[in-house]
Design a protein around this ligand. Structure first.
Ligand SMILES: [Zn+2]
Length: 100
């Protein structure tokens, strides 16, 4: 029988900002037109995640490469100055707002 140990994640305070469109944190989340189309593949006209047109999406550079950002996704400031998008349902299940 496999023995699995139990752990609780240590609480880590992160900074996050909800992204809706290109005027939000444009230095971090790039617009659809700004990024190299070859990196994302231009076959899809609408997002298979949220159903909105691809032109309403943003892109953020993560350790795993370019990541699509749907309107309403949260951008979390991670360690080592990288940012990553988190879906709202996951975000609210994982994070609780605290004072600065
Ligand atoms: Zn989407």
């Amino acid at each position: 029988m496999e023995e699995w140990e139990y752990f609780v994640k240590k609480p880590v305070k992160v900074q996050a900002k909800q992204w809706f469109n290109y005027s939000d944190i444009p230095h971090i989340v790039k617009s659809y037109l700004e990024i190299d189309q070859k990196k994302i593949g231009k076959s899809d006209k609408v997002c298979n995640n949220c159903g909105l047109e691809m032109c309403k999406h943003g892109f953020v550079e993560t350790f795993e490469g370019l990541h699509i950002v749907c309107p309403g996704d949260w951008i979390v400031k991670g360690i080592k100055g990288k940012y990553y998008p988190v879906k709202p349902d996951i975000f609210y299940a994982t994070y609780e707002k605290v004072k600065k």
